[in-house]
Design a protein around this ligand. Structure first.
Ligand SMILES: N[C@@H](CCC(=O)N[C@@H](CS)C(=O)NCC(=O)O)C(=O)O
Length: 341
């Protein structure tokens, strides 16, 4: 895949250890700074979210941007195009870096503009500060936390997907789901030995089985209150049958074979703005065409024949609720994101 080593692009790959895929930690990983949280809501255009529609980690950030009403203050740039030196910035055409006069072709150039001697992977999503001309975060979890902390409309209820009272439980669930599923599907797909693949697949399905049991009894991961944990799980579920099942050989069962998880995924898909972050065509094309190590001819698999708009019927498990930052929660109409009286 290639990476930057002391500011220079190298085709070297340092992400396998004894045949197993090891996801590198993000070097910009940090807690969001208070002035950044203020700027996200109060300085329209200063922060730009650079994302890819094929990338589940980008999608988490895109979802939070929609749900927190940040579409008017945080512009997005969707990186696309053939992978040469990692992600193309703009389909092979020059892209002017916001806040500068510099034109770039590859996203790794954003990393070196920000940190000239950067060593590490050049990943999306990226939160770019066009005033200071630097990457403030390349870690989806941090970007989600920053977006969550913003209240754009001071008159609207201050909703949070990371309420303090549930934080511990959310973090525990996130860690389990990340290891077993979000990253598990990549450990399966990028494994270089049979043993590494089988152990990853076993964990993927053990995690899905346990989520199926949980979601048969309750509407969302933490009962009726939707949280950060649900929004982190969704991008993996939405890709499961179209990409991971076939390309990453996670083929013991499909999402549609899990009645509760499949209906739950459609419930999340119906929240206002979430479907706008899903592009099945781009997701399949980018995944199949770029993963030439396991798909040498770059043939893009056809789409599974499923209906993401079918009624999910999850209301029978309780109304959808969202937490308020000050404590307590409110009932929400997911399709409009309005608070129910
Ligand atoms: N920890 C990062 C991981 C992001 C990540 O791995 N993104 C993938 C795309 S889905 C990427 O940019 N890969 C390019 C690479 O690893 O070189 C996050 O959650 O933001």
């Amino acid at each position: 895949m290639g990476m930057l080593i002391e500011g220079r692009w190298s085709e070297e790959d340092r992400i396998h250890s004894a045949g197993a895929f090891v996801r590198p930690a993000s070097v910009f990983d940090q807690e969001p700074r208070p002035e950044m949280i203020e700027g996200l809501g109060g300085e329209p255009g200063r922060y730009v979210l650079i994302a890819s529609l094929s990338c589940p980690w980008s999608q988490r950030a895109l979802i939070l941007r929609q749900l927190k009403g940040l579409a008017s203050t945080v512009p997005i740039h969707i990186a696309h195009g053939p992978r040469a030196e990692g992600y193309s910035a703009n389909g092979g055409a020059p892209w002017i870096v916001p806040g500068s006069a510099v034109a770039i072709l590859h996203l790794h150039q954003l990393y070196t503009l920000s940190h000239p001697a950067y060593s590490g992977r050049s990943t999306v999503p990226i939160l770019w500060d066009s005033l200071d001309r630097r990457i403030v975060s390349n870690e989806s979890a941090v970007i989600m936390r920053a977006f969550d902390a913003v209240q754009v409309d001071p008159l609207a209820p201050d909703l949070t997907f990371l309420p303090d009272r549930l934080r511990h439980e959310i973090e525990e669930l996130n860690a389990q789901i990340h290891a077993g599923l979000n990253n598990g599907v990549y450990r399966a797909g990028f494994a270089e030995t049979q043993a590494a693949y089988e152990s990853a697949v076993q964990e993927v399905f053990a995690t899905l089985d346990s989520l199926e049991r949980r979601l048969s009894r309750q509407r969302y991961l933490l009962d009726t209150t939707i949280t950060d944990a649900d929004w982190r799980l969704f991008p993996t579920l939405v890709r499961f049958d179209a990409v991971y099942y076939l390309l990453h050989k996670c083929c013991r069962r499909r999402l549609v074979d899990y009645p509760a998880l499949w209906a739950y995924a459609r419930d999340l898909y119906a929240w206002r703005g979430v479907a706008d972050t899903v592009d099945f065509q781009v997701m399949r094309e980018a995944s199949f065409a770029n993963d030439t190590s396991s798909n040498a001819n770059g043939i893009v698999a056809v789409a599974p024949d499923v209906d993401w708009h079918a009624p999910h019927g999850r209301q029978r498990l309780g109304p959808a609720r969202a937490a308020l930052r000050g404590g307590g929660s409110v009932e929400i109409e997911p399709a409009t994101l309005t608070v129910k009286a």
